[in-house]
Design a protein around this ligand. Structure first.
Ligand SMILES: NC(=O)c1ccc[n+]([C@@H]2O[C@H](COP(=O)([O-])OP(=O)(O)OC[C@H]3O[C@@H](n4cnc5c(N)ncnc54)[C@H](O)[C@@H]3O)[C@@H](O)[C@H]2O)c1
Length: 283
């Protein structure tokens, strides 16, 4: 069986591994440096697949087969045979660069490295390897099993072969692809984050309550969830980080993060994952 690796088993990595296992016939190695994260990923994938079976969306046999295709590991050399790596570790340029250097040492020379980064230039990660033409961005949306888009990001060095193989894999996973240049925010976050930021300014300026801002955008613009609830889902820390990158790299004041967003993050209100963001969540 062809082996693929997902590196980082947090909310995005576990979703990516789940979709690879259910929609392709590949052997999927899900790796994390944290044993607790790997164990949590196994639990969350099991629970998510059970829910899909209960709702009649995925036959039980397919779920059993998917679980058989998945390997949960904490040793990097176990990934050696993988032909395609999807990196989804913490959004930190130094950590990702170091990881790409390590992967470059252990992986076969023909293996492709895709990063799920929201903001770090693909060319920076490519430079950390001896295979820059095989490095690409593969930006999944959250939650991965439900969202059909993958933004594929080409750096100036990414080869046509790497691009075509990546789009083929995304399609096998049941996703639609769009192509973006390697510029901060790509397509989705370049447009989405200013809207989320503006929702925080509307709240900050006392124009409306959080519930009314979200209700207005849901009913007034046909969005399935309001911008503030969406920010809580993405993670307020992640939203702030992406806005800071947009503001720094594109040097346009329209990306200046709202002080209220900064305040919430400083106070440890990260959204759903911490039980409290703009809204409260049962944990
Ligand atoms: N959260 C979103 O909505 C979203 C959407 C699209 C893309 N992304 C991107 O996906 C990536 C992961 O985000 P997430 O929300 O899943 O984060 P997360 O915090 O849920 O998971 C990150 C995981 O990386 C692991 N990790 C850290 N350093 C590692 C290393 N050196 N080797 C292996 N594992 C390591 C951590 O233990 C953790 O389990 C980030 O680059 C983020 O920008 C996030």
């Amino acid at each position: 069986m062809v082996q693929v690796a997902v590196v980082g088993s947090g909310q995005m990595g576990s979703g990516i591994a789940q979709v690879l296992a259910t929609n392709t016939d590949k052997e999927v190695f899900l790796y994390d440096i944290s044993a607790a994260a790997v164990s949590q990923a196994r639990d969350s994938i099991t629970a998510s697949l059970r829910k899909l079976t209960d709702k009649g969306k995925l036959p039980k046999e397919r779920v059993d087969r998917a679980m058989g295709q998945l390997q949960f590991v904490t040793d990097l050399p176990a990934l050696q045979r993988s032909v395609f790596f999807i990196e989804a570790i913490v959004e930190n340029a130094a950590a990702k660069t170091e990881l790409f250097q390590e992967l470059d040492r252990i992986a076969e020379p023909q293996a492709i490295f895709a990063s799920n980064t929201s903001s770090i230039p693909i060319s920076t990660l490519a430079k950390a390897t001896k295979r820059p033409e095989k490095v690409i961005g593969m930006h999944f949306m959250n939650p991965v099993p439900l969202m059909s888009l993958v933004e594929v990001i080409r750096s100036p060095q990414t080869s046509d072969d790497t691009y075509n193989t990546t789009c083929t894999l995304a399609k096998e996973m049941g996703k639609e692809t769009v192509c973006s240049k390697d510029v901060a925010g790509f397509i989705v976050n370049r447009i989405l984050m200013p809207m989320i930021n503006e929702a925080f300014f509307v709240l900050h300026d006392g124009i409306a309550t959080a519930a009314d801002i979200d209700q207005a955008m849901k009913l007034g613009t046909n969005q399935p969830m309001g911008p503030l609830a969406l920010a809580d889902l993405v993670g307020l820390d992640t939203c702030l980080f992406i806005l800071e990158v947009l503001y720094r790299d594109l040097k346009d004041p329209k990306f200046r993060p709202c002080p209220l967003l900064q305040q919430l993050v400083n106070d440890g209100f990260y959204g759903r994952k911490s039980g409290r963001g703009v809204f409260h969540y049962e944990r």
